[in-house]
Design a protein around this ligand. Sequence first.
Ligand code: ADP
Ligand code: MG
Length: 706
Amino acid sequence: MTLTRYFSPLITQSATKKISQSALHQSVQYLKGVGPKRSEILGKLGIHTIRDMLLYFPRDYKDRTRIQKISEVKTGAEITLQGKVIGVQTRMARSRKSILEVFVGDETGTIAATWFNQPFLKNKFHIGDTVFLHGKAGAYKYLQLLSPEYEIIQEDEIDVKKGSIVPVYPLTEHMSQTHFRKIMKEAVYQFAGHVEELLPKEIVSKNQLVSVNDAVGNIHFPETFERLKNARCRLVYEELFILELAMALRRRGIKEEAGISFKIGINVDTHIRNLIPFTLTKAQERVIHEIKDDMRSNKPMNRLLQGDVGSGKTVVAIYAVLAAIANGYQTAFMAPTEILAKQHFLTIQRYLEHSHVRVRLLTGDSNSRQKKDDLDQIKAGQVDLVVGTHAIIEEIVQFKQLGLVVIDEQHKFGVVQRLKLKKKGGCPDVLIMTATPIPRTLSLTLFGDLDVSILDEMPPGRSPVKTIWVMKDREKDAYDFIKGEIAKGRQAFMVYPLIDESEAFDLKSAVTEAKRLQRDVFPTLRVGLLHGQMKPAEKDRIMTDFKEKRYDILVSTVIIEVGIDIPNATVMVIVHAERFGLSQLHQLRGRIGRGSEQSYCMLFGNPTSYVSSERLKIMTRTSDGFKIAEMDFRLRGPGEFFGTRQHGLPELKISDLMKDFPILKKARDDAFELVSQDPQLTINTHYKIRQRVLETFKDRLELMNV
Ligand code: ADP
Ligand code: MG
């Protein structure tokens, strides 16, 4: 008899007992085998109620559908077998290790399961017990399994277990798989039939999903891999559907507000183009077109502009800014750091030299007298464009008529900040720029409420940066190479991961390294130092000095990661490159290759793990930001890709955004369709879905107009 056949009738049977929904909200202590102590351990896993238990999914499965006969066992192979214990003995090896041998037999032969130095296991096995063993077969004096996984099967489970697929859960050391499975079995046995169906019938049938009860039963104790697949598919769909519903609602919330219909005619367009000193790339033209459409519409723009470092996002943003100003509105341009805000300010000033646009820089360290004047002027509408950091969203900054907000590097801003900013002026259009290319899979989920534009073409005349991975013994050669570049009049960055020596990590710090490099390696060159603990004014001075070639080499921490534009720098050395994430490496590399000269990125690194050496290899192979992002995502998983919380991406219990992308797309279409039919999810049959969305996204409720 197989598992599901074992469960299904019981599920239906107990369903007829009509235990109410609230049964699922009972404490797990209600389950047999769960006392106060176990329930505490479960609590640490985030399992409090029976429902939590049912939704605690396996991380893996063991295939025990193919149980082998002992006579068929070949040494060296991984095998699974079931038999009875026929003898237990411990002895001492010459190495003074204790050896436990449990002899197990089936109809065809015997085998010894062997454990070293675990004498306590002895008491677990009793002659006559039925056991499952899984491990690698070997032969010493006789056929053996070395430290196999084992499970002692209770009398009443023997038939059930045989030939099953066994779930493996993410657990702590205080809870064994065997025990957890037992509790889970109890939960599934009694309650899987009571998990309520959330999805509308049409959606279930259209996507050929199995019922939620079937799914919950089979995700834990699948009868076949086919049924497991269907169960997983169903649960993934549901999870992503709820996520995408939240996106759809949020987006609808934004789109329902009345936005500004900007007028952007041929005059405005020509005027703006006259200020741009080069021909726009095709990609820039396309994106500007998309932005213009958004701005003209009476719905607020909420657009994400993705483009690799150097792809020319700034000028696109400036186009939008000027179009808004031409319509008599104020605009704001936010950057994640002071340095970047200042750099944008300078760039923008250069573009606007021949215009009447009134620009102000607003940062944390603007002096108070000046700042007060600026604030007054902004409030009075005498400033057209405010460039700054988070300072702009502080409460004291008031606009007379804010029409457009540009946010650079959105993922450093939270969703909440975005909202705050929007509150500054009726309902301004929002354009978010990011140089961290985001895999499509992620941008759909993270930014599902945004429209996305992509700049996938570099301005002409750039030769791609050459990237070289430098092992320890070649560092000297690299230094010589740098000297050569500097002799040609170029400059170099050297980036270090930490500021100060730390005992925990044996990392070279920027501070001590700058000294060493100056003294021992580049005695005749000018080495500057920049790090995060410097005051903004000091950082500024150093950056300016570097830009004006008063330094040949700038040693720094990752602070230069974003935005700095120094075309004369052609070398980027990243020390301890194995400590950086892929996207970060890519960002850093983007600091060079901005001029017409060939640039070089040197990764100093001696990686100790597969993942970190993979990263360095990828860097040497490609400079395509989207490819890199996709790989980064694959290597790290979505949770780590960005800090999850900040980006509004809820933790996914079962879905894998890469693997489940096809399901994500369907779920997204269905969710958006449902919201277009029932914008508030108030139709009777949608009530439960609405509840679930609210429950899942309770932290972000205010962001949804539901
Ligand atoms: P991003 O903000 O995407 O990193 P920028 O807007 O800073 O890129 O552009 C990088 C450099 O390329 C800037 O010096 C900018 O003046 C220049 N640039 C942008 N667009 C073009 C273009 N179409 N043709 C030539 N140069 C361009
Ligand atoms: Mg508009």
